[in-house]
Design a protein around this ligand. Structure first.
Ligand SMILES: NC(=O)c1ccc[n+]([C@@H]2O[C@H](COP(=O)([O-])OP(=O)(O)OC[C@H]3O[C@@H](n4cnc5c(N)ncnc54)[C@H](O)[C@@H]3O)[C@@H](O)[C@H]2O)c1
Length: 294
């Protein structure tokens, strides 16, 4: 396991729930975080994992079979490629590639090494998304024509606290403007539309709102803990909407929405000739009736 911040410690819990899995080694830049992870594993009655300050030493440790990447976004692809070249199976947290070249590098490394890699998109396995996927596969929504999703999460505190909490999101929002977190909603939608299993995305267009406005306003808010950010410019748009079209002419819309006031939602929506699934409302409309889920 490389990266022992917020998510890394959560994933250690998930892994230790699997009897066939041993957390054999951990790596982080910070000694305190490594120590906390070791104690977490030991506290659950397992053998103490090896602790590495240098992630490459973990990757090349001959006892390691699978490398789980849970660190800052920028390092996911270089770490994945190094691990695949060492013939270690890779499980990588979201978000994903930074460039088209990153995508090609992953494809070429897989072709060269035949080492499996999996993106850990947990939202594919959330209850509502799984239920909907199963209903689609049983034909209960008929022909699927449209899907929608969103990463709607007010992260203003997490982003602007980045320098203080040593969190990577801040520099991404300062220096990049992108749909930087598409897979929570696109993962389940891609499974439902059989993307790369007979269907594929053909084209997309993306638009962002005027960069930086929401975060720049938040730096003046008393809740912003880093007062040095006052007058800081942010390149990231608060809202980025993307429309994708598939080979089967389904239309998918997704939205990144992380730096204006809002409630958490993934707005998961599937529209077909026989029904509708709408995660926000917890509603499924199928056949002659509608059902509230939960
Ligand atoms: N699937 C989910 O629901 C979910 C939720 C939260 C985060 N995440 C993902 O998990 C990843 C981590 O997010 P987080 O919130 O835990 O961030 P975090 O900042 O809390 O943790 C990241 C850790 O990686 C470490 N790290 C960075 N570079 C390293 C290197 N070169 N070698 C070793 N360790 C290194 C950092 O020191 C830090 O402790 C991100 O990819 C994020 O998108 C996924």
């Amino acid at each position: 396991m490389i990266g022992l911040g917020h998510r890394g410690l959560e994933l250690i819990e998930s892994m230790m729930a699997c009897p066939e899995c041993e957390v054999a080694a951990v790596s982080d830049l910070y000694e305190g975080r490594r120590e906390k992870a070791v104690q977490q594993v030991v506290g659950r009655g397992a053998k103490a994992p090896k602790s590495y300050a240098d992630w490459k030493a973990l990757v090349h440790d001959p006892e390691i079979e699978i490398v789980v990447i849970v660190c800052d976004w920028e390092m996911h692809i270089p770490m994945a490629i190094e691990a695949m070249k060492a013939h270690k199976i890779v499980a990588s947290e979201v978000a994903g590639a930074y460039s088209i070249q990153d995508c090609w590098d992953l494809v070429n490394t897989y072709e060269e090494t035949k080492t499996p890699i999996m993106l850990l998109e947990n939202c594919c396995f959330d209850e509502f998304e799984l239920l909907t996927t199963s209903m689609v596969r049983h034909g209960l929504f008929g022909d699927i024509l449209y899907a929608h999703g969103c990463y709607g999460h007010d992260l203003r505190g997490e982003i602007t606290g980045g320098d203080i909490n040593r969190h990577y999101r801040l520099r991404n929002y300062e220096h990049r403007n992108a749909e930087n977190y598409p897979t929570h909603e696109l993962g389940p939608i891609a499974k439902i539309l059989n993307i790369n299993r007979g269907n594929r995305f053909l084209r997309l267009s993306s638009n962002g709102t005027k960069p930086g406005v929401g975060l720049e306003a938040y730096t003046k808010d008393p809740r912003c803990i880093d007062k040095t950010l006052l007058n800081q410019h942010f390149d990231q748009s608060d809202i980025v909407t993307t429309t994708l079209v598939t080979e089967e002419l389904q239309v998918v819309t997704i939205r990144l929405d992380t730096s204006l006031p809002r409630f958490y939602s993934r707005e998961f929506t599937i529209r077909g000739t026989k029904g509708l699934a709408q995660g926000d409302a917890n509603m499924i409309l199928s056949g002659w009736g509608y059902h509230r889920y939960l």
